[in-house]
Design a protein around this ligand. Structure first.
Ligand SMILES: C[S@@+](CC[C@H](N)C(=O)[O-])C[C@H]1O[C@@H](n2cnc3c(N)ncnc32)[C@H](O)[C@@H]1O
Length: 296
């Protein structure tokens, strides 16, 4: 008995052993890789977060040094696949349905009437939840839009795109299935219209609404490469906070391109101070940070 235990113990408990030290040069290497590929800036104060996230993942895969794991990540196809797993560990995915009531009231009262008018004139409207995590934000927008058009008796020619860099979060989003505790954020009348309980004990967004929403992996750093003038609303909250000011400006400048003239960009209150763009005008009150595209 003791022989088998002696052989298996080291691997079994490896996860509890202290992670190796990461020297400054190695830390800088990881920070640069992260910045280069995701745009995220990791300040020195978050070194222990980086070491824990990278270290635990490296151990799961059986690498004993940061450099050997780094070499694996930066070479070949398998490294690219592993990169998506690591990015998932390094990003924060916290979200919930109807997270920012002020911004959503603004969207409903100020943006939706304009969007409904476009549909009345024969158009089709497109909303984008950029950095949607597990999908709650995209479904929130879809519920609000669907209910608004229903109330106004306007044809439901709209779609919602949810995008994120994390494939793991997007896998949940695509299912549209959530634990029961998240249901409390959805108003009872909306639950009846858009949610259904599932056998596993949670609930799922019903198929009618899920058909309105599609999810795709997209790095927001590449916003400027999206089709010009295609979006009526871009909703991007709690994403910019992970980037330094210069990168935030680059992302926002990029997000102008996919916005059609008259379309609106909604950010989280206080997420960007002093951004100016010749084609954009600040709209919304003190508790809503939004910009309308006013020219080509
Ligand atoms: C805190 S969540 C915000 C979710 C949602 N927008 C909300 O406010 O509830 C931040 C999300 O941004 C995503 N993210 C981080 N860097 C990104 C990038 N470069 N491109 C796209 N998404 C990114 C993360 O994967 C994460 O799901």
């Amino acid at each position: 008995m003791t022989v088998a235990a002696d052989q298996t113990l080291p691997n079994l408990w490896a996860g509890l052993e202290k992670l190796p030290e990461m020297d400054e040069q190695q830390f800088e290497r990881w920070v640069s890789l992260l910045r280069e590929r995701t745009g995220m800036s990791l300040p020195r104060e978050r070194k222990s977060f980086l070491v824990t996230s990278v270290g635990l993942r490296m151990r799961e895969l059986g690498y004993s040094t940061y450099q050997s794991y780094y070499d694996f990540l930066t070479s070949g196809l398998a490294g690219n696949v592993e990169w998506t797993a690591l990015v998932d560990r390094l990003t924060v995915h916290e979200t919930r349905f109807f997270r920012d009531p002020n911004a959503l009231a603004f969207v409903e009262q100020i943006c939706m009437p304009t969007m409904a008018d476009r549909i009345r004139r024969g158009g089709h409207v497109q909303l984008w939840s950029a950095g949607c995590s597990t999908g709650e934000e995209a479904f929130t927008l879809a519920m609000l839009m669907d209910r608004y058009l229903q109330r106004e008796q306007v044809s439901k020619r709209f779609g919602v795109i949810g995008s994120d860099i994390s494939l793991y979060s997007l896998a949940t989003a695509k299912q549209g299935a959530y634990p029961m505790r998240r249901l409390k954020y959805i108003a009872p009348e909306l639950r009846d219209d858009y949610c259904e309980t599932i056998d596993s004990g949670g609930f799922r967004i019903n198929e009618r609404l899920r058909r309105r929403v599609c999810f795709a992996q997209f790095n927001i750093l590449h916003a400027a490469s999206t089709p010009a003038g295609s979006m009526d609303l871009i909703y991007c909250q709690n994403v910019l906070i992970y980037f330094d000011r210069e990168t935030r400006e680059r992302i926002l400048n990029g997000l102008v391109r996919p916005l059609r003239v008259g379309g609106t960009l909604v950010l989280g209150a206080g997420e960007m101070i002093g951004w100016k763009h010749p084609a954009m005008a600040r709209v919304g009150g003190t508790d809503v940070l939004a910009y309308r595209r006013i020219s080509e």
